[in-house]
Design a protein around this ligand. Structure first.
Ligand SMILES: Cc1cc2nc3c(=O)[nH]c(=O)nc-3n(C[C@H](O)[C@H](O)[C@H](O)COP(=O)(O)OP(=O)(O)OC[C@H]3O[C@@H](n4cnc5c(N)ncnc54)[C@H](O)[C@@H]3O)c2cc1C
Length: 240
């Protein structure tokens, strides 16, 4: 079996995104640059107090940088060890990880694309969209939709940031949809898959990227297949 290098990274910042979700920024120790492709994930390793070795995958939630920095978007899973360990880390604490891994990356040739996420499934899309929209040569004027499902308005992670990106780029559309919206909410309501057919229609050469929990990924893949989309136009990453 291949031996992967283990890196150390230090927590630079840990900020809440909602009651159970945090944005963590890290700096990789001992390297000037840490390379990865938007959409990839890292395998975090630790040992529990009972001495059990544990590894879990986390998508990188930031675009590649020149300074060895990366971010995670983390959800505290009830009774889960790793997610609570990471969310409880103080600034300056260190973690061990291997990677980057994974092929949930933008599929060439780039085309108009819809990015569908719920919860922390937003992480790889934050990386991809910041990277894409940073330069015209990268996005080539193609159109991108980010369809993001959450329960309540306060669960729209990175809301201001995506709204700013959408305001700055006419080819990027940010579409949060709330399943338990308050009466005054003026945006989309319901589950993301309830809006997908209207948004994308039958297969037209667009690409779809789906990220989140199994149930939601399945529902969206099923819907796209029923619309006549080809399997190769749909990429997905499941968190459970
Ligand atoms: C490729 C990949 C990328 C991932 N990226 C992220 C990420 O960016 N952010 C993130 O928060 N998580 C991400 N995950 C999920 C993560 O790896 C862990 O599964 C999660 O943090 C739970 O680990 P734990 O040790 O706390 O709990 P565990 O003890 O492993 O899990 C407890 C229970 O919760 C379920 N579960 C697992 N993940 C979730 C979840 N996200 N929400 C609700 N229930 C869950 C499990 O099926 C299990 O039944 C990713 C998973 C994969 C495979």
């Amino acid at each position: 079996m291949a031996q992967f290098k283990t890196f150390e990274a230090r927590v630079l910042r840990s900020v809440p995104l909602s009651e159970f979700t945090r944005h963590l920024e890290f700096e990789v120790e001992g390297v000037s640059r840490f390379g990865f492709v938007p959409g990839q994930w890292l395998s975090v390793k630790t040992t529990t107090p009972e001495g059990e070795e544990m590894t879990r995958a986390y998508s990188i939630a930031s675009p590649p940088s020149e300074n060895g920095h990366f971010a995670f978007c983390l959800n505290r899973v009830q009774d889960g060890f790793m997610s609570n360990y990471l969310c409880s880390l103080d600034e300056g604490a260190k973690i061990a990880f291997q990677g980057p891994f994974g092929d949930f990356i933008l599929r060439p040739p780039l085309g108009d694309s819809v990015f569908i996420a719920t919860g922390t499934g937003i992480a790889p899309f934050r990386s991809m969209l910041h990277w894409l929209l940073a330069e015209k040569d990268r996005h080539q004027g193609h159109r991108f939709w980010l369809l993001f499902g959450a329960r309540y308005e306060q669960d729209i992670y990175y809301r201001k940031e995506f709204e700013r990106l959408a305001a700055a780029h006419a080819n990027f559309h940010f579409l949060p949809s709330l399943s338990r919206a308050a009466a005054e909410w003026k945006g989309l309501r319901g589950y993301v898959q309830e809006h997908l057919a209207e948004l994308v229609g039958p297969s037209t050469g667009m690409h779809a990227y789906i990220c989140g929990l199994d149930k939601m990924v399945k529902a969206n893949r099923e819907l796209l297949k029923n619309l006549g989309w080809d399997r190769t136009s749909i990429r997905y990453e499941k968190y459970d």
